[in-house]
Structure formats: C-alpha cells, structure tokens
Design a protein around this ligand. Structure first.
Ligand SMILES: Cc1ncc(COP(=O)(O)O)c(C=O)c1O
Length: 379
C-alpha cells in the first residue's frame, strides 16, 4: 500500500500559492553582522509606538489572564464616534490583513467566483483571493497607479469583490476621491469594494479621500484602516473596517471571535487619543520624505513619488543583489521582484539619521566596483 501524503488532501489551488515571504528578524540580521542594523523594510513608524498606547498596555498587564471582550465594545464605540458611524458599522481585525482575508472567506468561497485587483497591488489581496480558490483577476497599472477604468471594465458576472489600495504599497501612488466617485458610477452595485487606506493619516493631499462619506451614503464598500502604521502598533495586530451594517453583519458571522486581543483593544483606544504622536509622526514623515527624495534626485536615482511613508526606488540593477549588499551595510529594505519590479527596492522613510545612513550605504552599494585583476587561475 502506498504511503499517503498530507498533500493528497490539500485543495489543488493551495499548491499553486506562493506565500508572502517574511523578512528576517532584525535581531538575526544583527547577530549575523555582529553590529546593529536599521530596519526600513516594513513601513513601520520610525518614531515608535504611541506613548499613550504603551502606557495603557503597561496598565493592562495584570488583566491579561482574562479572555477579552470579543465584541470590541469600547473600541468600536470610540471608532464609531470618531467617524460619525454606528458601532455596528465597525468591525475589528488582527491588523487590516485579517480583514482582507475575512472578506475573501466570507464572500469568495468557490472557484466560480472572481475577485479583481491590480498588478503590483499589495500582495495580501492576491493571497486572500487565491487562498479561497477563487479566480484572481489583475489589471495592469497605469503610470504605476491603480487603473480604475481598467478594473471597472474587468468586472464580469462572476466578480464579487474588488480590492483597492489607496495609496498602494509598494508603489506609493494614489487615486483621488473624484476618481473613486467615477469608479463607483461605472461598476455594478452588487460588487463589494474593499478600499484599503492603511496609510490614510500620512496622505497630505486635499483631493485624497472621502471614503467614510461613501460608507455613510450606503455604498457597497468596506474601508480598511490600521493601527500598524502611524500609530506605531504593528506588532500588536489591530485594524478595523467600516461598512454598512448588513455588510458588517455578514463579516461578523465568519470573524474569529477573539481576533482583536484585549491588549490591542486597550492600546488602540489610547492611541486614538494620542493626537500629538500622530501629528509628530506625520510631520516627521513629510520632512524626511522631502529629504530622501531630494537626495535621491541629486544622486540621479529614480523613485516613484509616494503619498505614504515609503518609497519605491529603481536602481536599474538586480534588486536582490542590492538588497543583500545593503544588508551587509546594516540596512534592511525590501526587494520588489515579487511585485514585478526586478530592479526596485522599497524603503521605509525612517528617522533623519537612519535616512542619512541608508543614503550613504546606497551610495557605496551603487558605486562602480573596481575591476578584479585577471589572475589566469581557473577554479
Ligand atoms: C496597503 C497595505 N494594507 C494593509 C497592510 C497591513 O497592515 P496590517 O498590519 O494592519 O495588517 C499593509 C502593510 O504593509 C499595507 O501596506
């Protein structure tokens, strides 16, 4: 009798999935290098967590033996007040990634279903769709930006969900509130739009977003926000979605009941009240984005202007090699081959001294290497 394999019971679509490659822990990179390293790889807040959130977590530590309030009562109330919505229009997640997956789990089970996103969009959309065995439709970008007209044209009778990132990671590009209005006018109302605004707080353009107005107007829309970026709480895993009550009710049915931990909820409430940390973080990002882009221009390195807290930099060289060389310099960035940019790196805007060190390291990495003398010895 032949030995059975666990792969025999794996759904066929699962074997085709390319999982999101995790970066190495910074501690391991530092151990290997024997020196400290700078992490500019995951678009975290370089100023650290909200001090108010940190304090709230410390106060809460004596209670972590209790199960949490699975409904997220207090945090959802806070969020509903902040956005002028009803509490039943808010759903919590273990980061917004959890909610990206929850949408797919709720609405996309079955190979006849399709979901649409853009090429070079945040990779989690693709994974969430493929995990459910649904059809993935990806339209090309236009000028490295989501082409909303192309996405609207790609809607078929099988299409159920559209994932949009604004701004998108890794391109940093955005579309405007008017663009989104036109998009909603062009798509059937039965199709659910997931609008991921993970970098919302960083965007400083007046024409950026009226997303919550669209939720209030009853559009078939889930707006996603996260505590991982400007609030500096990426490790604690907290995000939320805003939508109409029926949509939220459908998602609540499938949501894992304890997906947003007690510590995360407490931290989230405190972080919402920490306007000073948000303002400082946004101000630092704007200033440092200007510095970085100015220096890159002087160095003659191409970058895509970004509305977020990161930059897509095209060095015209193999990004995996540049990534390794920068790693040896103690700088951790992300190579972007996975996203279809084989000569680009994504770098998070750091603190001033971190950005300076990154630029110095990049200059060394990109400097022409001295030719090695031919010795005639063959190996
Ligand atoms: C566009 C976008 N959405 C969502 C996320 C994930 O955020 P979270 O930590 O809330 O899961 C990221 C993180 O990099 C992102 O870039």
């Amino acid at each position: 009798m032949s030995r059975s394999s666990i792969y025999d019971i794996l759904p066929p679509w699962s074997s085709r999935i390319r999982p999101y490659p995790p970066g190495k822990p910074i501690e391991e990179v530092e151990r290997e290098l024997g020196r400290s390293a700078i992490k500019l790889a995951s678009n975290e807040n370089p100023l650290g967590p909200s001090p108010k959130a940190r304090e709230a977590i410390q106060h809460y530590l004596n209670h972590i033996h209790f199960y949490l309030d699975g409904s997220g009562y207090y945090l959802r109330n806070e969020l509903s007040e902040l956005h002028d919505l009803l509490p039943n229009q808010i759903i919590l997640g273990a980061g917004s990634t959890d909610l990206i997956e929850l949408v797919a789990k709720t609405f996309l089970a079955g190979s006849a279903d399709e979901a649409i996103t853009s090429e070079s969009a945040f990779y989690m959309y693709r994974l969430a769709i493929e995990d459910m065995g649904a059809g993935l439709v990806q339209t090309p970008m236009r000028d490295l930006t989501f082409d909303l007209a192309a996405i609207a044209q790609a809607v078929t009778a099988c299409a159920k969900v559209i994932y949009l990132a604004n701004p998108n990671n890794p391109t940093g590009t955005m579309f405007t509130a008017d663009d989104l209005d036109r998009f909603f006018a062009a798509i059937p109302s039965r199709v659910l739009v997931v609008l991921d605004e993970a970098y919302f707080e960083y965007v400083r353009r007046a024409d950026y977003s009226r997303s919550v107005d669209l939720v209030r107007a009853g559009k078939n829309l889930l707006v996603l926000r996260t505590f991982s970026k400007v609030y500096g709480l990426a490790g604690i895993r907290l995000g939320y979605g805003m939508g109409n009550p029926e949509l939220v009710e459908c998602l609540q049915r499938i949501r894992s009941p304890f997906n947003a931990s007690s510590v995360a909820q407490v931290a989230g409430i405190a972080a919402l009240g920490d306007a000073e940390h948000v303002a400082k973080s946004v101000e630092s990002n704007s200033r440092e984005m200007k510095f970085l882009t100015g220096e890159l221009t002087l160095m003659g390195i191409h970058y895509t202007p970004s509305a977020g807290n990161f930059l897509l930099i095209d060095t015209s060289r193999d990004c995996e090699e540049d990534f390794i060389r920068l790693l040896h310099e103690g700088i951790i960035v992300r190579p972007m081959k996975l996203y279809g940019f084989p000569t680009s790196l994504r770098v998070t805007v750091g603190r001033h001294e971190e950005n300076e060190q990154f630029l110095e390291a990049l200059e060394r990495v990109l400097a022409p290497q001295p030719k090695v003398q031919e010795t005639g010895v063959r190996r």
